[in-house]
Write a protein that binds this ligand. Structure first.
Ligand code: HEC
Length: 141
């Protein structure tokens, strides 16, 4: 159920984003120089959103979502993949890579490269990081 809602939302977002991307104003001749900076900013944000959506797809595909819906932790409620405490435990992305590859004896299976490629894991981390507010990470450093 949760998953179906998530998937539907993902689909909607992807559609909305692809509409934005293919909308008018993107062709080089028509760009008003005065407006270029803000258009670039907007398209950076769209790029970021697309990367997050891509990461979420991998997060679902790699079965993470089953135990971590919306970055929560269904088995250990006090270990979500977001928030100040998480950002403090996992200061760098490498810390997340190491943990996911190794797993944990407290119910998290290991994900070796044979199960999850480096690229997919990087993409998943973009999604995980997007779940925490900027202030959470700033606080952790
Ligand atoms: C079978 C359930 C299960 C699956 C599938 C699973 N996890 Fe976990 N995960 C857990 C549990 C349980 C913990 C808490 C482990 C602990 O406390 O040591 C955890 C902890 C984590 C943590 C550390 C959280 C913290 O706050 O300390 C990260 C990061 C994480 N998982 C990422 C992932 C990713 C990425 C995937 C998919 C590739 C994944 N998990 C798949 C059960 C799962």
């Amino acid at each position: 159920m949760e998953l179906a809602v998530g998937a539907a939302w993902l689909l909607l977002m992807t559609l909305a984003l692809s509409l934005t991307m293919s909308g008018p104003g993107q062709s080089a001749e028509k760009i008003d120089p005065e407006r270029v900076p803000s258009q670039n900013q907007a398209s950076d944000q769209v790029q970021d959103q697309l990367q997050v959506q891509e990461g979420k797809k991998h997060f679902v595909k790699a079965t993470c979502w089953g135990c971590h819906p919306h970055g929560e932790n269904a088995l250990h409620g006090d270990k979500p993949l977001k928030g100040p405490a998480f950002s403090k435990r996992f200061k760098s992305d490498e810390d997340i890579v190491a943990f996911v590859r190794r797993g944990s004896k407290f119910g998290m299976p290991p994900f070796p490269k044979s199960k999850l490629s480096d690229n997919d894991l990087r993409s998943i981390i973009v999604y995980i990081r997007s779940l925490s507010k900027k202030s959470d990470t700033a606080h952790a450093k």
